[in-house]
Design a protein around this ligand. Structure first.
Ligand code: NAD
Length: 260
């Protein structure tokens, strides 16, 4: 067995114990369950939220109740000044960040002929510019970390498009191109950037979709169910850990077989 393989311990129950991980939009949904899982794996966790102060506090309380470290930091990812303030707060409290997960995202769905500039812009501002702002604020941390990680949450919709989601699909497709480019620039520093592209996942975001449309979507999923948050979180945890050292610039689809 080579030295590299010996370094990895399949029985390590706290594989992220020396990492500080920031997850944007983690007061609910996929991000919240990521925060719980990262903390369970021993990471110090930063729970970012925009307005749900109480919900973010509930997440950090639950993590701390298990003797793990978590702080909640409010910031609208679409506002560069807010993100810069968040970075200062995180650096003061926990030092530099090893893993940044750009998870915050919104939808404003409307077929293209009815989509306004505001509908378009708000989604691009949060999903795409928000990822730029946070990556910018923590880029030096990730670059200089021992195996820093940038993980962007895209979507199957960014790979194949979706009726009524020109703004969202464009933002999520943009994340794929962004990830591939940053992966090239980070590689010389030994850090990685990857994208996870979930399919339709049971969270508040999917709740907004009318039942009739949900049923149509489900019929197109070969595995015949929506994802649950655990389906997504497991892959993000893998990408954050040592087993993913040699993976970069990848887009990993978790979509029940919708897209190859
Ligand atoms: P969600 O709506 O439950 O969670 C989104 C989170 O982002 C919330 O906590 C929200 O407060 C936060 N957020 C929104 N705007 C923000 C801002 N400006 N600043 C900071 N935080 C902000 O949805 P989810 O399903 O958990 O989504 C998580 C990610 O997964 C999103 O990027 C979403 O696009 C992506 N995704 C979701 C699905 C799905 O079907 N649920 C599928 C593919 C991809």
């Amino acid at each position: 067995m080579s030295e590299t393989v010996q370094r990895l311990d399949p029985l390590d129950r706290r594989p992220l114990s020396d990492k500080t991980c920031l997850i944007t939009g983690s007061s609910r949904g996929i991000g919240r369950d990521m925060a719980f899982e990262f903390a369970r794996c021993g990471a110090d966790v930063v729970v970012n939220y925009r307005s749900s102060d109480e919900k973010a506090q509930e997440v950090t309380d639950r993590i701390r109740a298990n003797d793990e470290t978590a702080i909640a930091v409010g910031a609208d990812v679409s506002d560069p000044d807010d993100v810069a303030r968040m970075a200062d707060e995180v650096h003061d409290e926990l030092g530099s960040v090893d893993v940044l997960v750009n998870n915050a995202g919104i939808t404003v769905d409307r077929k293209f002929e009815d989509m306004t500039y505001e509908d378009w812009n708000r989604v691009i501002e949060v999903n795409l510019n928000g990822t730029f702002n946070c990556t910018k604020a923590f880029y030096d941390d990730i670059k200089t970390a021992d195996q820093g990680r940038l993980i962007n949450i895209s979507s199957v919709v960014g790979q194949q498009g979706n009726y009524g989601q020109a703004n969202y699909a464009t933002s999520k497709g943009g994340l794929i191109a962004f990830t591939r480019t940053i992966a090239l620039e980070l590689a010389r520093h030994g850090s990685t950037a990857n994208c996870v592209a979930p399919g339709f996942t049971e969270t508040d975001m999917l709740e907004k979709v009318p039942d009739r449309v949900r049923e149509q979507i489900r019929e197109d999923i070969p595995l015949d169910r929506f994802a649950d948050t655990e389906d997504i979180v497991g892959m993000v945890r893998f990408l954050a850990g040592d087993y993913a050292d040699y993976m970069t610039g990848q887009v990993i689809g978790i979509n029940g077989g919708m897209e190859w």
